[in-house]
Ligand binder design. Structure first.
Ligand code: PHE
Length: 380
């Protein structure tokens, strides 16, 4: 094993020889393969601050050097110090087994760990923290699918507030105050609004239809828009009712729009959503804001119309409300170019939750809103 010799002769030749021997000794020792503990001992032997070989060289060669040789000894010592410390570090990074880095500034920067000081050790081969990707909720996915079908037909997308005024939710949609049609859409009212005129009082919207009015107020005809969103009704929760639910509304207004446009559009949309073999059926219904109104059913996509549990043996599944926009509704936005003598339109609204429940065969609507990951991850 190399030992730092005493140095008496500080001539250039002698210094050259002494440093060459030092370098040769290091090279020889650096050949041996090292495990973690061996590397540490090796590092301490050469770089140890108190009694490492380089410290000894410093004490014995540099400090003892005559004034005229100090400069040269110092230069050579610095040179070899740099070389040896970088080679010691290199040796460690070449090692194949687990790399345990002391948290020093370099290790911290390269491992990207939080700033831990002291003697903590970081095993950078441990698995990292997994951040699983999220997935769309079945409601959102269904809503996006419906919207995409209408986008492909040139519809744009609209949104409106969930806290709505009585005017937009009811009055402008031709539900006059105290009209019995309001009973079918009981909702939640914002408290403390009694001092306001009735039409300004706030409530949670019972359907996405108020956005029809908001859209027509902002935009002159023609209009083709779909409106996805949350709605609320004062319904007692059960397997198929939830006080919170979702709708996609549609509105098309232009010159010469007829009931056959409504039928053709919805028939195409249902085929795009549920498969091209699906048939649609329109039958009379009532909504204050459409005249005539129709409920739309599709042939059961599970049994193809033969009758099964999903369609309650009828072969049909009722999915939408629809109709031609009532002229009385245009009356509320007449000054914005909606003259019922000149233009016409159709509207429809569908329950997204119901569609999602059928599609994914979910038998209790509340599962959709409990946020239980064990349920939701089935749809990821
Ligand atoms: N807003 C109606 C509902 O929630 C559905 C509908 C929309 C009907 C548009 C006709 C036209 O029941």
């Amino acid at each position: 094993m190399y030992q730092v010799p005493k140095l008496d002769d500080y001539s250039a030749g002698s210094l050259e020889k002494a440093f060459a021997e030092l370098r040769a000794a290091f090279d020889a020792e650096a050949q041996a393969p090292l495990d973690e503990a061996g590397w540490k001992a090796f590092r301490d032997r050469w770089l140890g601050r108190k009694s490492g070989i380089l410290t000894q060289v410093n004490e014995q060669w540099l400090k003892a050097a005559p004034a005229e040789a100090k400069r040269e000894v110092g230069r050579r010592l610095n040179e070899i110090k740099d070389e040896i410390s970088s080679r010691v570090n290199e040796l460690r990074s070449k090692r194949q087994d687990v790399v345990v880095m002391p948290i020093g500034s370099e290790a911290r920067a390269s491992a990207g760990s939080p700033s831990v000081s002291g003697t903590h050790q970081l095993d950078i081969t441990l698995p990292g923290i997994r951040r699983p990707l999220g997935a769309q909720h079945p409601i959102l996915r269904t809503m996006n699918e419906v919207v995409a079908v209408f986008r492909a037909m040139g519809y744009s997308i609209g949104e409106g507030p969930e806290i709505e005024s009585d005017y937009y939710n009811f009055e402008a949609l031709n539900f006059p105050p105290n009209h019995p049609a309001r009973d079918s859409q009981d909702t939640f009212f914002v408290a403390g609004e009694e001092a306001k005129p009735a039409r300004e009082r706030l409530l949670l919207r019972t359907h996405t239809s108020p956005v029809q009015i908001r859209t027509m107020e902002k935009q002159a005809p023609p209009v083709r828009i779909v409106i996805p969103g949350k709605c609320y009704r004062h319904d007692t929760p059960d397997a198929t009712h939830s006080p919170l639910f979702h709708q996609v509304e549609g509105l098309a207004v232009d010159t010469g729009i007829t009931f056959s446009d409504l039928k053709g559009t919805l028939d195409h949309a249902m085929k795009a959503l549920f498969g091209s073999s699906v048939k649609t059926r329109f039958f009379p219904s009532f909504f204050p804001f459409t005249e005539p109104s129709a409920d739309v059913a599709i042939t059961c996509f599970k049994c193809n119309g033969k009758g099964c549990r999903m369609c309650k043996m009828s072969g049909w599944i009722e999915l939408l409300g629809s109709g031609m926009v009532d002229p009385a509704v245009f009356g509320f936005v007449k000054k914005n170019g909606y003259d019922p003598e000149k233009i016409s339109g159709f509207a429809f609204g569908m329950g997204v939750d119901r569609i999602a429940m059928m599609k994914y065969e979910i038998d209790d609507i509340s599962l959709l809103f409990q946020g239980d990951v064990r349920f939701l991850e089935q749809f990821a």
